[in-house]
Design a protein around this ligand. Sequence first.
Ligand code: ARG
Length: 272
Amino acid sequence: MTRTATPRHYLMCRPTYFEVSYEINPWMDTAIETDAAVAVRQWEALRDAYLAWGHTVEYIDPIPGLPDMVYAANGATVVDGLVYSAKFRHPERQPEGPAYQKWFADAGFVTHTAEQVNEGEGDMLVVGDVILAGTGFRTDRAAHRELAELSGREVVTLELVNPHFYHLDTALTVLDADPAHPLIAYHPEAFSPASQAVLAERYPDAIHVAASEAAHLGLNAVSDGLHVVVAPRATGFAEQLRERGFEPHPVDTTELLKGGGGAKCCTLEIRR
Ligand code: ARG
C-alpha cells in the first residue's frame, strides 16, 4: 500500500536539565552518568527530522528539577482539540501535570483537569476512532473511563505486564492512525493474555515485534503515516516497516534511554 505523510503538530521539551536523579522505572539507574549536552543533541536531531518533514513543533520551557519533562508525551492527552491533563503516579513527576496544562491553557486550549491518575499519551494512544489505553504500571483504569466520558470516544483498556514496558508507548506504536486503515505494531508479550487477544482481534494485520527489537524501546517510535523515527538498534523492526511501505529513519536516543524513554516519549501530538 502507498503510504502518505500527514502534517503533524508536536509539543516538545528541550532536555536542558536532563539527568537521572531518581529511579521510577527499570531503565533508570542513578549510578549511571548522564550528559545533558548529549541529550540535547539527540533531542535536536529528533526535532530536526520532524521539521525536515514539514511538521510543526512547539516548545514548552524546561523547568529545573523536573528532568523527566523531556518526555513530553506524558504531559497530557490531546484529542479533537480537547486537553485531558496528566496526573502522575510518582511524586517526582507530579509538578509536570500542571506545568503542561498551563502551557495548553496559555495557548488557548480548553483544558480538563484529570481526577484520575494518568500519564498522558504515554498510556493513551489514538488509533483511528478509538483510544488504546495502557494500565498496569502508571495509568489507572479509572482514567480510561474518565477520558472516554470526556472525549466521547471508545477507550480500549490494555494491560501491561512487564515493568520494562511500563507505558503503552513502550510496547505499541501507532503507524497509521487513519480510521479507514489503522495500523499498529506491538510486542505481544508486553501484554496480559486477555489484552493480547483484544489486540489480535481488533488488529489482525498488525506488525508483531520481537523481544530483541522491543528491548531498548524499539517500539517507542513516531510515525507520520510514511516516515517512522526508530531507534537505530531496532534494525529488524525497520525491515518490517519497509516491507509495509514505511520509511524508517533511525535517530539515536540512547542518552534519553537512560531515563527510560525514546523518540515517542519526547513527542506529544497536538490534535486539533
Ligand atoms: N523517566 C520517565 C518515567 O519513568 C520516562 C517516561 C517515558 N515516557 C514515555 N512516554 N514512555 O516516567
